[in-house]
Design a binder for this molecule. Structure first.
Ligand code: SF4
Ligand code: SF4
Length: 433
């Protein structure tokens, strides 16, 4: 795509990066067919190509974002399906991240939107606050159908719908590993995931420890920053990234760390991008690149090591839902299926597996109607497989799919851990209403 960015604008590294991305787009439109919002809404401006055009016009003219442009950028799920499809290597993720930050700096949203976004940014990344919020949300859950009828209150209704009826117990500790034989890994402790499903991290740790690694839970670590990053709150995202880099470097420098393991693929995609996000920060650029190089999704890591053979393969059929952040953001498609099959499960994948389930971070709260339609389609294709259980690698997807699915929904490490002698996943025992 031809661009006309004035040279002085290109002195800004973010503008220069976005200009490079836009120039790679050749308007072929291949990406439109795999974009969930275009498939659903059929509007060119809700396709990757249309959005690239809108972002180009806004950025190169240094224009004030209009309500119309913001609407179409807000509707983008950041699912990155377009990046998998694009034959020209357009890095849509970096472009849309820049556009969201640009909008956040220059566009004044209506008060209700500002309030919801502020609440999400201040609550979700903090496990203590999030847990407290869920306790309150449970009390008001019966009001959800009434709130949903008022357009201005739909986001609040979506929050109540997503709150589990039964609040999981607090995250439990992780047993110390054996004598180190193969190496040490850092396991990201996460923010929302351990509150919503506290069994995931211990399951991952048991598998890694069982394979001969020591698991380190780094002191001082917190949310990866993905959630605020996708809302364009760059300063908060970079602050989270720097805090985590400081926490991890204390171990990386002295202890020969083999990997930083992440059980939520949405977080993994962001941590793998820390190197890019902090490329202009002289104090952090090199450390951020090292952290990104060490970051691995749990399935990627387990697939690359010698896991002992399963001790009690349950032999169930699994409908595997590939999270967009894993299949498109990290290009990891086969590892989770290979691991499940090796653990004795029969793995099936649904039709249109490349399409997003509508979770996409906090998208299902901010865009509940589109997210609801995508969620319904996803659950229908998954349930058509007739599997005993649905498995995925991202807590956001698990929460979104569990809203409608009749089958239990688990993280793949809960199934792998079970097959390797760990406990039966709790959601296979009781499925909350
Ligand atoms: S990130 Fe997903 S929703 Fe956004 S333009 Fe690309 S394919 Fe469409
Ligand atoms: S597939 Fe790539 S090059 Fe083609 S229109 Fe989409 S983003 Fe542009």
């Amino acid at each position: 795509m031809q661009t006309r960015f004035p040279p002085e604008l290109l002195a800004d590294p973010d503008m220069a990066s976005s200009e490079g991305v836009i120039r790679k787009c050749v308007h072929c439109g291949f990406c439109t067919a795999t974009c969930p919002t275009y498939v659903l809404l059929g509007d060119e401006l809700d396709s990757p190509r249309g959005r690239i055009y809108l972002m180009k016009e806004m950025l190169e003219g240094e224009r004030q974002p209009t309500a119309e442009v913001v609407k179409h950028i807000d509707r983008c799920l950041s699912c990155l399906s377009c990046m998998t499809t694009c034959p020209s290597g357009v890095n849509y993720m970096h472009l849309v991240d820049h556009a969201r930050a640009y909008i956040e700096d220059r566009y004044r949203r209506p008060l209700r939107e500002r309030l919801i976004r502020w609440l999400l940014a201040k609550v979700l990344p903090h496990p203590g606050r999030f847990r407290l919020a869920l306790q309150w949300a449970r009390r008001f859950k019966p009001l959800e159908p009434r709130l949903r009828r008022h357009p201005a209150l739909k986001a609040f209704a979506a929050m109540l719908a997503l709150a589990p009826s039964v609040l999981p117990r607090k995250p439990c500790g992780i047993a110390a590993g054996p004598q180190v034989t193969k190496g040490r890994v850092i396991l990201l402790q996460g923010c929302a995931e351990p509150v919503l499903q506290p069994d995931i991290r211990p399951s991952a740790a048991r598998l890694v420890i069982g394979a001969g690694y020591e698991v380190i839970l780094a002191r001082g670590e917190g949310c990866c920053g993905a959630l605020v990053h996708h809302m364009g709150r760059t300063a908060e995202a970079l602050q989270a990234a720097r805090r985590n880099i400081d926490a991890w470097m204390a171990y990386i420098d002295g202890q020969n760390i083999a990997a930083i393991l992440i059980t939520a693929s949405g977080c993994g995609t962001t941590i793998k991008d820390y190197g890019f996000m902090l490329r202009g920060d002289a104090a952090y650029a090199e450390k951020a690149a090292r952290v990104s190089a060490l970051a691995k999704d749990i399935s990627e890591f387990l697939d690359g090591i010698d896991l002992p053979p399963p001790v009690s393969p349950p032999g169930l059929t699994v409908a595997y839902h590939p999270a967009c952040s894993l299949q498109h953001g990290q290009q990891i498609t086969e590892a989770p299926k290979r691991l499940l099959a090796a653990a004795g499960f029969t793995v099936r994948t649904p039709k249109d597996a490349h399409l997003c389930c509508g979770s996409a971070g906090v998208y299902n709260i901010l865009q509940p109607e589109i997210a609801g339609q995508l969620g319904d389609r996803k659950v229908e294709t998954l349930e058509r497989l007739g599997a005993d259980v649905i498995a995925t690698g991202n807590i956001g997807c698990a929460t979104q799919i569990a809203l409608k699915a009749k089958a239990p929904v688990v993280h793949i490490v809960e199934l792998l851990d079970w097959a390797h002698g760990g406990p039966r996943p709790s959601s296979l025992t009781v499925k909350p209403d």
